[in-house]
Design a protein. Structure first.
Length: 135
């Protein structure tokens, strides 16, 4: 029996959040430019997918290249690696690179940004002002 493939709107790849998802999210929070580059649903999905993969690769390379203390039950090897400012910078550079590549990808050029546009925000402000004066 042949089954049809799901359309792109129907597919959502579950991504493992720990610890790589946490690292990527933290870098996203610290780097506001990333949010501007990945401001649509498909851009965000592509960014997270590739950022998780590439951060995992960088961490693996750093693990091989670095001497870290044996596990003592208090911190993970990832935590140990990221305490080194050079290692942290390398991971941040990789996340930025992914955001820039996804942001430049012409396949996403026609997508609208996440969240309300300026007109919707203005309508909400007007609504909120009316509610305050009427209530």
């Amino acid at each position: 029996m042949l089954r049809s493939m799901a359309g792109p709107e129907e597919v959502w790849i579950p991504l493992v959040d720990e610890p790589i998802g946490t690292i990527v999210a933290q870098i996203q929070d610290e780097e506001p430019e990333i949010a501007k580059l990945v401001d649509s649903p498909h851009r965000l999905l592509a960014f997270k997918t590739f950022a998780y993969i590439r951060v995992g690769i960088v961490l693996g390379e750093l693990l091989v290249e670095s001497d870290i203390e044996p596990y003592n039950g208090s911190t993970t090897w990832v935590d140990d690696l990221l305490r080194n400012p050079k290692h942290k910078a390398r991971v941040v550079e990789e996340v930025r690179a992914v955001a820039e590549e996804v942001g430049r990808d012409p396949r996403y050029a026609q997508e609208t940004a996440l969240g309300p546009d300026a007109a919707a925000r203005e309508r909400f402000r007007d609504f909120a002002k009316r509610q305050r004066t009427e209530g």
